[in-house]
Ligand binder design. Structure first.
Ligand code: KG4
Ligand code: ZN
Length: 347
């Protein structure tokens, strides 16, 4: 079975072609046209600029891919959540291709796709034994902990009450004048910090840590907050008299320590409460090596397995939309003209 997929929820115009035969996955094409260079000059994503860039990007990448849509079985497209103007471009393109080539169209939830990105590289997840699992989506728009009871069965058990974790990375990078997107830059600088000690999260009171707050870390539920942490960085930075390279690296190191402490603490607590066997991480922030390392160490101690997508599948891409299409192919419809982008789609 071949699935062609389109992703345009934010600032990446992406298409992919996936072949699945008897549980064996082949990613035949996976093309991303990134708009990062355009948005860098604004320090963040400008929705109208993103939508215009999607319009410019899709036809060239379609042509370059040489994908013959006549030969595919399904078309899958992200219809939410995300920026409405960006989503609309992908949805209308998919509806048009589906109509012209008479192919059934599968609507895809972007958050679910970040979870299923793990199935692209870990065939053992196809086993029924995967469930119940904890599925955690950490991205620029979401910080969600789901109890995943089976394919397509999610219970949201933890959420951010304010900023998403990736958003906090981006805002802190802006405060420290480091550019956009913040995640990759901050994590590199944190690594460069001389005092880096991988196990600093596992013992209390690293002397090099600026000890930024860990908001809501010890509340009983699994909700999180990252906006107070960002404000704490802002106030400390405003009072800072002398900036050196090392000082900036220390801010990045300490901010990341706080983020990783809170996230791994909440994830592990939830995993214990719901007695899951597997933890699946997904989304742009799941590229973070420190988060992966610490989560794995803590989960290993409890005999819980951790799964992370390959780095190339952590950020927005269409291969994850295609694999999600595979699991949702029962929702496919021909002539689905009424499909509309939904910026606030929930999982
Ligand atoms: O999943 P994604 O590409 O888009 C959304 O669906 O939001 O996530 C983008 C987010 C950005 O906030 C970016 O700063 C963050 O992922 N990010 C990272 C890293 N790489 C990207 N955050 C922390 N560490 C990273 N290595
Ligand atoms: Zn995403």
């Amino acid at each position: 079975m071949k699935i062609f997929a389109i992703e345009s929820s934010c600032d990446e115009s992406a298409i992919a072609l996936l072949e699945i035969e008897k549980g064996k996955i082949k990613i035949l094409k996976n093309i991303i046209s990134s708009q990062i260079n355009i948005h860098q000059q604004y320090g963040g994503i400008v929705p109208e600029v993103a939508a215009r860039a999607h319009c410019e990007n899709f036809f060239p990448i379609l042509k370059e891919s040489k994908i013959n849509i006549k030969n595919v079985d399904y078309i899958a497209v992200t219809y939410g959540p995300g920026l409405i103007t960006s989503l609309m471009i992908g949805v209308e393109l998919a509806k048009t291709l589906s109509y012209v080539y008479k192919k059934p169209l599968i609507p895809i939830n972007h958050i679910e796709a970040h979870i299923y990105s793990n199935w692209l590289s870990h065939p053992e997840l196809f086993s029924k034994k995967t469930f119940p699992a904890l599925a955690v989506v950490v991205s620029g728009g979401h910080t969600n902990i789901f109890l995943m009871k089976n394919y397509g069965k999610y219970q949201l058990i933890g959420n951010t009450v304010d900023d998403a974790v990736g958003e906090a990375y981006d805002k802190v990078a802006k405060i420290l004048n480091l550019g956009y997107p913040g995640g990759p830059i901050i994590s590199k600088k944190a690594e460069r910090y001389q005092g880096l000690d991988l196990s600093s999260h596992l013992k209390k009171g690293d002397k090099d840590d600026l000890n930024f707050p860990r908001p809501m870390m010890h509340t009983k539920n699994f909700d999180m907050s990252f906006s107070g942490l960002k404000t704490a960085v802002l106030y400390k930075a405003q009072a800072e008299k002398k900036w050196t390279e090392q000082k900036i690296n220390q801010y990045c190191f300490s901010f990341q320590n706080a983020v990783v402490d809170v996230l791994t603490h909440k994830i592990i607590k939830a995993a214990q409460k719901y007695k899951v066997k597997n933890i699946l991480l997904g989304g742009g922030v799941s590229a973070n090596q420190e988060l992966r390392n610490i989560l794995k160490i803590k989960a290993d101690q409890l005999g819980i397995k951790t799964y992370f997508p390959e780095l190339k599948h952590t950020g927005d891409n269409a291969a994850m939309i295609a694999i999600t299409g595979y699991f949702n192919r029962a929702n496919a419809k021909k002539n689905n003209f009424s499909l509309m982008a939904d910026a606030n789609l929930k999982l």
